[in-house]
Design a protein. Structure first.
Length: 180
C-alpha cells in the first residue's frame, strides 16, 4: 500500500446566518493527511455579530473568537477499489459564543458521521448516504442557563462532478467518503 502524506493550510469563510440576525463566521483550518485514508483537520472559528433591533435579542456589534474543533476522517472503503465508499468522521468541538445571539457561552459537542457513497455513472454522478449523530451541550456564562440537544440525522445526496443535483435530509453538509 502506498503511503502518502500532505499538509495544507486553508482559510475559508462560512456562509452567514440569514437575516434578521447578521452573523459573519469565518474559519481558519490546518489540514493534515497523516497516512492514506486518514485526514486530520484542526480549525479555529471566529464570528462577527451585527444585531440591532431584533426582538428577544440584545443589540450586539462585536467580533469574537468562537472556538476550536478537531475533525478526524478515516476512509474505510475507497469506491475506486470497492463496490462503494465508506468513511467515518468524528469532530469534537468547543465554542465560546452562542451561534444566534452572540452571548458568551461554554459549548461542547461532537459530530459523528458514517458516510457511504456509490458512483452511479463513472466519473460523472455519485450518490451518498450520511448518518450523523450530533450531541451538544451549552451553558450561558451570563444567565447560568444550560441546554443540551442530541440529533440523529440522515441525508441522501446526488451530485455531478462536485456540484449537488439533489439533497434530501435536514442538514445541508455534504460528505463524500472518498474526499480525504
Amino acid at each position: 500500500m502506498e503511503k502518502r502524506s500532505s499538509r495544507a493550510i486553508r482559510c475559508r469563510v462560512l456562509a452567514s446566518v440569514p437575516a434578521p440576525i447578521p452573523r459573519s463566521p469565518s474559519r481558519f483550518t490546518l489540514e493534515y493527511t497523516a497516512v492514506q485514508n486518514l485526514r486530520l483537520e484542526v480549525s479555529a472559528t471566529g464570528a462577527y455579530y451585527d444585531i440591532v433591533g431584533v426582538p428577544g435579542l440584545d443589540d450586539r456589534r462585536q467580533g469574537a473568537f468562537d472556538g476550536l474543533s478537531l475533525d478526524m476522517r478515516y476512509r474505510i472503503l475507497d469506491r475506486a477499489h470497492a463496490p462503494f465508499g465508506l468513511m467515518i468522521d468524528a469532530e469534537p468541538h468547543w465554542g465560546r459564543v452562542d451561534e444566534v445571539s452572540g452571548e458568551p457561552v461554554d459549548r461542547y459537542g461532537v459530530d459523528l458521521a458514517l458516510v457511504a457513497d456509490k458512483e452511479l455513472v463513472p466519473n460523472r454522478i455519485v450518490a451518498a448516504f450520511n448518518l450523523l449523530y450530533l450531541p451538544e451541550i451549552a451553558h450561558s456564562r451570563v444567565t447560568g442557563y444550560g441546554r443540551g440537544r442530541r440529533r440523529l440525522v440522515w441525508q441522501l445526496h446526488l451530485w455531478r462532478r462536485s456540484a449537488p443535483i439533489f439533497s434530501l435530509g435536514p442538514k445541508p453538509d455534504i460528505f463524500a467518503a472518498t474526499k480525504g
